[in-house]
Design a protein around this ligand. Structure first.
Ligand code: NIG
Ligand code: FE
Length: 435
């Protein structure tokens, strides 16, 4: 093979986008029974009673050009198009791929022994006090090479794409040393470069206080602020800053301090708050214009008031509640109060060893009393907002990224949450690529 041909082949393999400059790939989906979440002009998020509305086009077609949604319409109005590939979606539903705005997908090893310990009576907090929990994962991750961590994590990335996730946020927080935190973020970034899925990264150095700082939490916060934050910012490997605001972890004052410091680096807050105790961290998040406040299993009237009129998205993580047998986020109450709600997995080795957004959507309907429309809005457009990408993801809108789920032949979209535990996905397209 001549050098030129070999070079072109290498470019095609290495960076598929490069090919797009040479040739426009056209993929047409026809006979779609229901095209969901169709928004000619997409809102940044949907709130309160709007969440019950899920705009639909029946008997539709959709055209993808390269990695973008080019056009869509009803079959009656379909012009004859020259395309590279046509998918017949007769009997099937097409919707935007899931936007999972909260995950800890980069981790080393697992913690199935703690799962058994909990069955035998220990609580999540007791396990953490005995050196299990986040510190257990940090110990494993610190000893794991960057390449090994990447290999372990790519299995999970492939898994979530097949489950219909087109965009995901990934946090650090199992490193707890400068080197290990940076290693996690590099791995998350590399996954985003090597796979079509959109990845947004979050620096969560303040996930737990490591043993070396057991009696010196301030010292650990100093390390985060004076050493980790500047390096994360300098290397440009995170968009967001997170902290676990909880008894036994970090206080509201710590949260205030960290978020104030992070501001100079333009790291936008997305915080873990109100998982076990309502300490007032929701108000602190709102005061710092957090993009999202996540968990909220324990929520007060004051927290709900604090969220009203803010730009902060409340995020529920129902698989975490399911796995730990803790209360579910009162999503119904939040929506009834006129607020938005996003749904995410929290995929991590301790509290949620599952990255399945289909289960999240089902569980939100079954346990949080959300309607299928509300749950789908929460897992698409509102999830995109909670990652700062709702201008490009989360709805069927011309010009948005072509990340889609094509279901199996199902009677209606209600069947998706109804048939919990069954795989209703036929195909997944992520950034224009058939997975
Ligand atoms: O979001 N709550 C804090 N962090 C994770 C779980 C951490 C762990 O147990 O490893 C969460 O649930
Ligand atoms: Fe989490």
């Amino acid at each position: 093979m001549s050098f030129v041909l070999r070079f072109l082949f290498w470019v095609m393999q290495k960076r598929k986008e490069s090919l797009f400059y040479l040739y426009t790939m056209k993929l047409l989906i026809i006979n779609i029974k229901q095209l969901l979440q169709v928004r000619d002009i997409a809102p940044a998020m949907v709130i309160g009673s709007q969440m019950k509305q899920l705009p639909i086009l029946k008997n539709a077609w959709l055209l993808i050009e390269n990695d973008k949604i080019k056009d869509y319409g009803t079959m009656k109005s379909q012009a004859i198009l020259e395309v590279d590939k046509t998918i017949d979606a007769t009997g099937k539903i097409v919707l935007p791929a899931w936007c999972d705005s909260h995950s800890h997908l980069v981790y080393a090893g697992n913690r199935e022994q703690e799962f058994v310990d909990r069955i035998n009576g220990l609580s999540y907090q007791e396990i953490a006090e005995r050196g299990g929990g986040i510190l257990n994962s940090a110990k494993k991750l610190q000893k794991t090479s960057e390449e090994d961590l990447y290999q372990q994590s790519l299995v999970r990335i492939k898994e979530v794409m097949l489950l219909g996730t087109g965009a995901i946020e990934i946090k650090s927080g199992y490193g707890l040393t400068t080197d290990a935190e940076l290693k996690m973020l590099r791995v998350a970034k590399r996954l985003g470069e090597d796979f079509p899925i959109t990845i947004k990264t979050t620096f969560l150095g303040a996930h737990a206080v490591p043993n070396e700082f057991k009696d010196n939490k301030e010292g650990y916060l100093d390390l985060i602020i004076n050493e980790m934050l500047p390096k994360v910012a300098e290397q440009g490997i995170a968009s967001f800053i997170d902290i676990f605001c909880e008894k036994g972890y970090f206080s509201v004052a710590d949260t205030n301090r960290l978020l104030s410091e992070a501001q100079q680096y333009n790291l936008v807050p997305k915080i873990h708050v109100n998982q076990f105790n309502a300490l007032g961290g929701v108000q602190t998040g709102v005061d710092h214009n957090a993009l999202s406040v996540d968990h909220l299993e324990v929520l007060t009237k004051e927290d709900i008031e604090a969220l009203k009129g803010s730009n902060t998205m409340p995020v529920a993580l129902p698989s975490c509640s399911y796995f730990l047998s803790i209360p579910y986020t009162p999503g119904r109450e939040l929506i009834n109060a006129g607020l938005p709600l996003a749904l995410a997995t929290d995929y991590n080795p301790g509290s949620t060893p599952s990255g399945n957004m289909n289960f999240v959507v089902s569980t939100a309907c079954i346990k949080m009393n959300l309607t299928p429309e509300e749950a789908i809005n929460g897992a698409t457009i509102n999830g995109a907002y909670a990652m700062g990408i709702s201008d490009s993801h989360g709805s069927i809108t011309k010009g948005k990224v072509a990340s889609l789920i094509i279901t199996k032949d199902i009677p209606s979209y209600n069947y998706l949450p109804y048939a919990f535990g069954s795989d209703m996905i036929d195909k997944v397209i992520v950034n224009g690529e058939l997975i």
